[in-house]
Design a protein around this ligand. Sequence first.
Ligand code: SF4
Length: 191
Amino acid sequence: MARILIHACCAHCLAKLLTGLKAEPSAGTPVVYWYNPNIHPLLEYRRRLKSVKMLVERAQLPFLADESYGLVDFCRAVHGQESVPERCAQCYALRLGRTAQVAREQGFPVFTSTLVTSRHQDHALIRAAGEAAARIAGVEFLYRDWRDAAPDAQLVHMLYHQQYCGCIFSESDRFQSTSAHLWPPADPGRT
Ligand code: SF4
């Protein structure tokens, strides 16, 4: 059977995607690919990579990875377009463009991404970026709306679950209104 290259950005979305693929076995045998220069800072990058590796091991799937921390590549890609949705369009193009190239180089006819499982992502932009990357590389991008797919609880048991999308901008967007909780006023009764 043909293989499908799965761009994976985190373990929980990967588990959802695997559920979706199970219902569509003709899509191909999954091989997982890690390339996420959009995840910052470095320790967060390592946490998400580790959790993807653990899931891949549990699911006994083949795994390809570019584990270089691509902070500079990401910053160059979004420079001058730091607002949403422009930066996300550049981010999708960067990641899916590389995935499409790897698919072509490694003989995969089709690729997809765990991005299609997320309720927080812009699906129209993901689809456009995936299809554009596929055209350039001469492969196919499989888009499915798998936002409602349920992850296999055993696959994701105790695996790290991130609190923001990935880039340092999204971390700021996620937490900037929470400063009151992060830094409560000092207790006047204590020294
Ligand atoms: S918010 Fe998420 S999709 Fe958008 S640029 Fe940041 S990491 Fe990429």
